[in-house]
Design a protein around this ligand. Structure first.
Ligand code: FAD
Length: 202
C-alpha cells in the first residue's frame, strides 16, 4: 500500500538547519536590538536615529487608517503538551472537512528537533490546533484578504508609500500580500538590492 501524507504542494519543502531563529540571529549580529517597541508610538524618535526605516507593520496603521482599515483573517491557536512521544508523526496535518473545527494541527517537534540534547526521543510532545477566526481591529492580523475591495484600498496606501524616501514597506503587512517564508525572504533580498544595500554572507 502506498500513501502520501504531504499536506503542501511546494516541490521543495523544509526549514533552515537551526530554524529561522539562527538565520535571524546571524542577520542581527552587531545591531542594537530593542524588543516590545511600537514604531508607530515613537515614530519621531526612531526616524531620528536611522537614515532608512524598514517598516514591516500594517500599511493602513502607518497612515492612521486615513482610507479605512484593511481586512485580515486571523487565527486562534490552542496549544497542548501531551504525555506521548508522538502524536501525529509529522509536523502538519490539515483538516479540510466540515465537521472538524480546527484547520490544522502542528506538532512542533517534527520541524527541527524531536530529540533532547543527548539525542534521546522526547517523552512528551507539543501540539497546536489552529482555528480560523474573524479579524477585528486590535487583533493580530495574519492573512491579508486580497479581494477587490481591499486591494483597491491598499492601492491608495501604496501610492502614499511610493512617495516615501526614508521608509521601505516590506512583508505581508507592509505590502498587504500573502507570502510564504521563502517568498518573503526572496522579496526582502530584492528590496535591499534595489536600495543598493549589499547582502553579506556570514
Ligand atoms: C498562521 C500562519 C501560518 C503560516 N504557515 C506558514 C507555513 O507553513 N509555511 C510558510 O512558508 N509560511 C507560513 N506562514 C507565513 C510566514 O509566517 C510569513 O511569510 C512570514 O512570517 C512573513 O514575514 P514578515 O516579515 O512579512 O511578517 P512577520 O513575520 O509578521 O513580521 C512582521 C514584524 O513586524 C512587527 N511589527 C508590526 N507592527 C509593528 C510596529 N508598529 N512596531 C514595531 N514592530 C511591528 C511584528 O511584531 C512582526 O515581528 C504562515 C503565517 C501564518 C500567519
Amino acid at each position: 500500500m502506498t500513501f502520501d501524507n504531504n499536506y503542501f504542494n511546494a516541490l521543495y519543502q523544509g526549514i533552515p538547519i537551526g530554524g529561522y531563529t539562527q538565520m535571524i540571529e546571524n542577520m542581527l549580529i552587531g545591531a542594537e536590538i530593542r524588543l516590545g517597541e511600537d514604531y508607530l508610538k515613537h515614530r519621531a524618535d526612531f526616524d531620528n536615529i536611522a537614515d532608512k526605516i524598514i517598516y514591516t507593520g500594517s500599511i493602513d496603521a502607518y497612515y492612521d487608517y486615513i482610507y479605512g482599515a484593511l481586512e485580515y483573517r486571523s487565527v486562534r491557536f490552542e496549544t497542548e503538551i501531551l504525555d506521548v512521544p508522538n502524536f501525529q508523526g509529522n509536523a502538519v496535518i490539515n483538516y479540510t472537512d466540515r465537521e472538524t473545527p480546527w484547520t490544522r494541527i502542528i506538532e512542533h517537534k517534527w520541524f527541527e528537533f524531536g530529540k533532547d540534547e543527548e539525542g534521546r526521543e522526547l517523552s512528551k510532545t507539543v501540539i497546536s490546533r489552529e482555528y480560523s477566526s474573524e479579524w477585528k481591529k486590535g487583533d493580530e492580523p495574519y492573512y491579508p484578504v486580497n479581494d477587490e475591495k481591499n486591494n483597491e484600498v491598499y492601492t491608495k496606501y501604496k501610492a502614499l508609500a511610493d512617495k516615501e524616501n526614508k521608509v521601505i514597506f516590506g512583508g505581508r503587512l507592509g505590502e498587504y500580500k500573502y507570502y510564504d517564508m521563502d517568498k518573503v525572504i526572496e522579496a526582502a533580498f530584492e528590496k535591499l538590492e534595489r536600495e543598493g544595500i549589499r547582502i553579506k554572507s556570514i
